[in-house]
Design a protein around this ligand. Structure first.
Ligand SMILES: [Zn+2]
Length: 248
């Protein structure tokens, strides 16, 4: 992967314009539009870390992962009074309908003025600096959403056709659990300690969008700290954790 990018850089005297797939792992179909990010190897290794986790857990799907690294990524919330869409800048996002991951580039002003693993839910500066290592782990998080959705859709075609997609809370549980599992041990321990090592979840009903939305990063650490997290991981993929209403 590195050789390919290097040769393109030499030919074109600037790698930033060579958007497209230069990330390969076995027979998986990985496409990354790198945008202006200078850390292409990190993006690729973040994707592969998630795929390896699924492989090690016994899922031998041939995955398709599409990532666009953009200078800015927005989500939109409706203003209750005017009905207008309010843009909110975010770190990364996975769209299950299009199987598309949008990821904020590393090193932008936005990324340098907020933190990751925020210990205070509504304070975007209460966590730790977004290093390349943490940025890479968010790629793993978003990729895990894509892989979990693909496996769930393969295993539960009847439920999907009836509008029972993988539950948002279950998908977040999986994404955070894999993100922290694949984070270097010393950094992972620092993250967990910054939240005072919270109790893991004891009921699958905690895996719902409201609990996640209330304190997303604490939800993430609790997901990792859940005792039987691998059992829940398999159960979620097999459609046994349904905490959302059907989308019909
Ligand atoms: Zn997520």
């Amino acid at each position: 992967m590195r050789a390919k990018i290097f040769s393109m850089c030499v030919l074109l005297a600037g790698c930033y314009t060579t958007a497209g797939s230069a990330c390969e792992y076995r027979d998986h179909n990985i496409t990354i539009d790198f945008g202006h990010t200078p850390v292409v190897d990190s993006a690729c290794s973040g994707v592969i870390a998630a795929i390896k986790f699924f492989e090690d857990a016994g899922y031998d799907d041939r995955f398709t992962v599409n990532i666009t690294v953009a200078d800015e990524v927005f989500t939109y919330m409706k203003n209750e009074n005017s009905g207008a869409d309010i843009p909110i800048q975010i770190f990364g996002r996975y769209n299950g309908e299009t199987n598309q991951i949008d990821m904020s580039a590393f090193g932008t002003e936005y990324m340098n003025t907020r933190t990751a693993w925020n210990t205070v839910a509504d304070d975007p500066n209460s966590g730790m600096e977004i290093t390349e290592e943490i940025w890479t782990s968010v790629i793993t998080h978003e990729t895990s959403h894509a892989l979990a959705t693909a496996v769930y859709n393969r295993l539960n075609p009847v439920m999907v056709s009836n509008g029972y997609y993988i539950s948002n809370g279950a998908s977040e549980f999986i994404a955070y659990m894999i993100q922290l599992s694949t984070t270097r041990e010393k950094l992972r321990n620092e993250i967990i300690e910054s939240f005072d090592n919270p109790e893991g979840f004891t009921s699958i009903w905690s895996l719902n969008p409201i609990v996640h939305y209330t304190h997303p990063h604490r939800f993430g650490v609790q997901s990792y700290n859940t005792n039987n997290s691998m059992e829940w991981f398999h159960n979620a993929l097999h459609g046994k954790i349904q905490t959302d209403l059907p989308n019909i």
